[in-house]
Design a protein around this ligand. Structure first.
Ligand SMILES: *Cc1c(COP(=O)(O)O)cnc(C)c1O
Length: 233
């Protein structure tokens, strides 16, 4: 089974890489601009071991307990991203295993992560999640686009957090290109306040091409890499 799974993951990774290559070429961007985050939520630690052997360096998880358990089992040293919504009461635990928290969208959450990071004496990289939904219907999380500078200024005051960039999820059922264009605009405004926040985490299995066209530096790939998720997440 392991050999089969390894071959399957290798094949999927080759396909995703080919899509990223083509998208970078179409966008006239160097291939080295774009990093692939393997979204391993609901898949076993053994898959993460294989992905690490295949050269993946970063994994994304969206549940605190699941991520902690898997990190204990995985042998390779990887960068662990928390990509899901974070409840404030879970911030302390998440600061324990995560290297980067992708969905920070409110000052209270940043404060809780700061406390958690301080407690374990580490620095946490932070992405600000930007809402790409029509104003007032933020069903997928994210800060309102009018609040980007204010939230950035708050995060910049927190000693154990480093604001590294932005993250977004395109709204369901609408044109991802239009959404990622809004993200690019918000990122530009963020850079005026936080010039080091260069990372743009956008694009998933279905819309990575549109995201790369609009400046993504990291695509978050689950299904196209690992197959259909065994559990509903
Ligand atoms: C699950 C998830 C992904 C991966 O989505 P796929 O469509 O499986 O590639 C990316 N980003 C976030 C925030 C997710 O929760």
């Amino acid at each position: 089974m392991t050999q089969d799974r390894r071959a399957e993951l290798q094949r999927n990774l080759d396909e995703v890489n080919a899509r990223v290559d083509a998208a970078c070429a179409a966008a006239h961007r160097p291939r080295t601009d774009v990093h692939i985050l393997a979204v391993t939520k609901s898949f076993p630690a053994s898959d993460i071991d294989v992905l690490a052997e295949l050269g993946c360096t970063d994994v994304g998880e969206n549940r605190d307990q699941e991520a902690r358990e898997k990190k204990e089992q995985v042998k390779a040293g990887l960068r662990w991203h928390m990509i899901g919504q974070v409840q404030r009461k879970k911030a302390k635990q998440i600061a324990g295993w995560a290297d980067l928290v992708e969905a920070v969208d409110r000052p209270e959450l940043a404060d809780a992560l700061q406390l958690g990071a301080q407690g374990v004496e580490k620095n946490l990289d932070i992405l600000m999640q930007i809402s790409l939904d029509p104003i007032g219907t933020q069903n997928r999380g994210g800060v309102d686009r009018s609040q980007v500078s204010a939230l950035a200024e708050h995060i910049l005051t927190l000693s154990h957090l480093t604001l590294t960039g932005v993250m977004a999820v395109a709204p369901v059922g609408s044109d991802p290109s239009a959404a990622f264009e809004l993200l690019a605009g918000a990122h530009e405004r963020l850079l005026r306040v936080a010039p080091q926040a260069q990372m743009v985490s956008a694009g998933m299995s279905a819309d990575l091409e549109a995201a790369i066209m609009h400046g993504a530096t990291q695509v978050r790939i689950g299904g196209a890499l690992l197959g259909n998720r065994p559990l509903l997440t």
